[in-house]
Design a protein around this ligand. Structure first.
Ligand SMILES: [Zn+2]
Length: 390
């Protein structure tokens, strides 16, 4: 074992890992878990019993007999809508009820007016979570049932230890708002708050790349941000701002002013909001990101040029990240991820600016998990919290 392997190895056989092996189908019995973890059968049994008593695992019928008593098969309870999730965006929110395996049971997209302020917006979304969880179909004999917690993604910086929003762009009235405390007054289950890029990273990693230890996920929509998976876990840094690339400086002439007071920030050049502003300044009557994407899809010259410039800017910052962090995969999600000119110039810049050793086996992909990736990440935040406190 190298020193680098230590953080992952220290988790070996922990309740989270046992649960993940069952959830992914790597293990279906106590014997499988014992073999995978290297733990003694009695230790595995003890941990499995604790997870069963918490309703996090269940015994799902009998396995194949080898002559003696038939081994009982383990499974993560599925079908119960026991985790609530909110993925708040600039204009819409995806709200869902998920089961303990992170599978979406019910989900809905709602229009949101962020300028209505946090009390009105979050109040309505919490009510929607309650409706979705309450109206989910009953489960077939699952040990689950009651709501275990709610995960919330915010399109702005979140101080992880407190759940407070700090200096968000384009969220008037939300600065300093304590989302966790507001929700704690209204629901009696744990509420975990994080930024939307971290939720996308967690959702995408758990669904598409759980076998990879080091990954970077860029969320490019109205705003722009990233989430970092290091040694298999979400890396938040000291305060929760790790991966926030929105105010990194890029080469741009002229350097457009940014909401933070500086000029030439990545967000002011390459975010969806920046593309809308730049097109309007060129006299193109476009009102939102949907309009920009339509113009790019139609091959509009000005919009395509701006998308290329945005891709180069993202690639420039990403090259620094890749050289510094050496991930196995870089994946881009959010509404701009489908913009071919942006993706092509991002990829070209990345290869041009990175060390060959860093890009030799680097996967550069689109986030494949679709519109539910954020709520899936939110659910996994809650599931990890429930397992850790079990
Ligand atoms: Zn800025």
């Amino acid at each position: 074992m190298t020193i680098d392997d230590a953080p992952r190895d220290a988790l070996r056989g922990g309740p989270r890992e046992l649960l993940r092996w069952v959830a992914t189908g790597a293990a279906v019995s106590r014997a499988d878990l014992s073999r995978l973890s290297g733990l003694s059968p009695s230790t595995v049994s003890q941990r499995v019993e604790a997870l069963i008593s918490q309703g996090l695992l269940e015994e799902a019928g009998a396995g194949r007999s080898r002559g003696g008593r038939r081994p009982r098969q383990l499974a993560v309870p599925t079908g119960g809508a026991v985790v609530g999730a909110i993925d708040l965006g600039a204009h819409h929110a995806r709200v869902g009820a998920l089961d303990l395996s992170g599978r979406v049971v019910q989900a809905r997209t709602l229009p949101v007016r962020i300028e209505d302020g946090p009390e009105a917006v979050l109040g309505a979304l919490l009510a929607e979570v309650a409706t979705l969880v309450g109206s989910a179909p009953a489960t077939g004999g699952s040990a689950s049932g009651a709501l275990r917690g709610i995960g919330i993604g915010i399109p702005g910086p979140v101080q992880h230890s407190t759940g407070r929003i700090v200096s968000p762009s384009r969220m008037p009235g939300w600065n300093g708002f304590d989302v966790a405390a507001f929700c704690a007054d209204r629901v009696d289950v744990p509420v975990i708050v994080d930024n939307d890029a971290n939720l996308m990273a967690l959702g995408a990693h758990r669904t598409a790349h759980s076998e990879l230890d080091h990954a970077v996920y860029i969320k490019a929509g109205t705003g722009i941000g990233s989430g970092v998976i290091s040694s298999g876990r979400l890396h938040r840094g000291a305060q929760g701002s790790a991966g926030d690339i929105s105010h990194c400086r890029v080469v741009a002439d002229p350097a457009p002013p940014c909401t933070c007071g500086n000029a030439g920030c990545l967000e002011a050049v390459a975010s969806g909001a920046a593309l809308v502003t730049a097109l309007r300044e060129q006299g193109v009557p476009v009102s939102d990101l949907t309009g920009v994407i339509r113009l790019i899809d139609d091959g509009d010259r000005q919009a395509t040029a701006l998308a290329r410039q945005a891709g180069r800017a993202v690639g420039e910052i990403l090259a620094v990240v890749v050289n510094f962090f050496n991930p196995q995969v870089v994946a881009i999600g959010g509404r701009l991820a489908d913009c071919e000119p942006l993706l092509a110039s991002m990829r070209a810049t990345l290869y041009e600016r990175c060390l060959p050793l860093a890009t030799q086996t680097l996967l550069i992909e689109r986030v494949a998990a679709g519109q539910d990736v954020g709520i899936t990440g939110a659910a996994h935040l809650v599931i990890d919290h429930v397992v850790a406190s079990a």
